[in-house]
Design a protein around this ligand. Structure first.
Ligand code: 13P
Length: 256
């Protein structure tokens, strides 16, 4: 394990929430609540239609805009899709890939996830790769193997030169939107496991990839979850919808 703490990354994921106009109100309120001192890297994943607005309103704030997914296709006759190139041109700097809601509700396979990662990188987006086990897998103790397999397939063709454009978010499916966060010890154990997978795959450069925890993160539990030496940040769903609670999580990440 690296003793030098990596820079924290705090992501917000608005999922299918928010309409035009909400970004401006959120940005104004966030600016009022931003904690003093060194901030974590802040990434806000908004719905596609809000990307251009978000890029505009966050221009003077230390907030990068993300999309929540990109197409497996680069361009062509794929009605309803949004490409990585289009997302980047609209102002996104990051994309989530492999969120469990995409995998579970929309049939994303590991192969799809790998294609989305590849398209994101070739369009200069940074990638927040989401991994995490369903409840039944954890009940059987299979979470480490599950997550290792997700990482291996998503990153099979990943160019080590691009590692500074990768973050991994561990989001156990059973903790998302349930109010049942992983314990700080379980979040730390999985973050250490993910780090071991990354260093096995990429050598010491893999150690620098930020590893985040997501799943029912709140201002109340963020400090304890972020205390783990391998937990470099959080990916926040519900609590990212209100600027005040998101800012409180930023403050927890900024605390020494
Ligand atoms: P909640 O914080 O609402 O549990 O959502 C987590 C998540 O899915 C972030 O991507």
């Amino acid at each position: 394990m690296n003793t030098e703490k990596r820079r924290a990354v705090i992501g917000g994921n608005w999922k299918l929430n928010g309409t035009t106009g909400d970004c401006l109100a959120f940005a104004r309120e966030l600016a009022e609540h931003l904690p003093e001192g060194p901030l974590p890297e802040i990434v806000l994943a908004v719905p596609y239609l809000l990307v251009a607005e978000a890029a505009e309103v966050f221009r003077d704030l230390p907030v990068s805009v993300a999309v929540q997914n990109v197409s497996v296709y680069e361009a062509g006759a794929y009605t309803g899709e949004v490409s990585a190139r289009q997302a980047a041109a609209a102002g996104a700097q990051w994309t989530l890939v492999g969120h469990s809601e995409r995998r579970q509700l929309f049939g994303d396979t590991d192969a799809d996830v790998a294609r989305r990662v590849k398209n994101a990188l070739s369009s200069a987006l940074r990638v927040m790769l989401c991994v995490g086990e369903p409840e039944a897998v954890r009940a059987d103790g299979g979470q480490d193997a599950w997550v290792a397999a997700q990482l291996e397939s998503a990153l099979a063709d990943f160019d080590p030169e691009e590692l500074d454009r990768l973050a991994v978010a561990y989001e156990p499916v059973w903790a998302i939107g349930t109010g049942r966060n992983a314990s700080p010890a379980d979040a730390q154990a999985m973050a250490a496991h993910i780090r071991a997978c990354l260093t096995r795959r990429f050598g010491s450069a893999g150690d620098q990839v930020p590893v985040l925890y997501g799943g029912s993160v709140t201002p109340e539990n963020a400090g304890a979850l972020l205390a783990g030496p391998d937990v470099d940040g959080a990916l926040v769903g519900g609590a990212s919808l209100k600027a005040a609670s998101f800012a409180a999580i930023l403050a927890a990440a900024a605390a020494p």
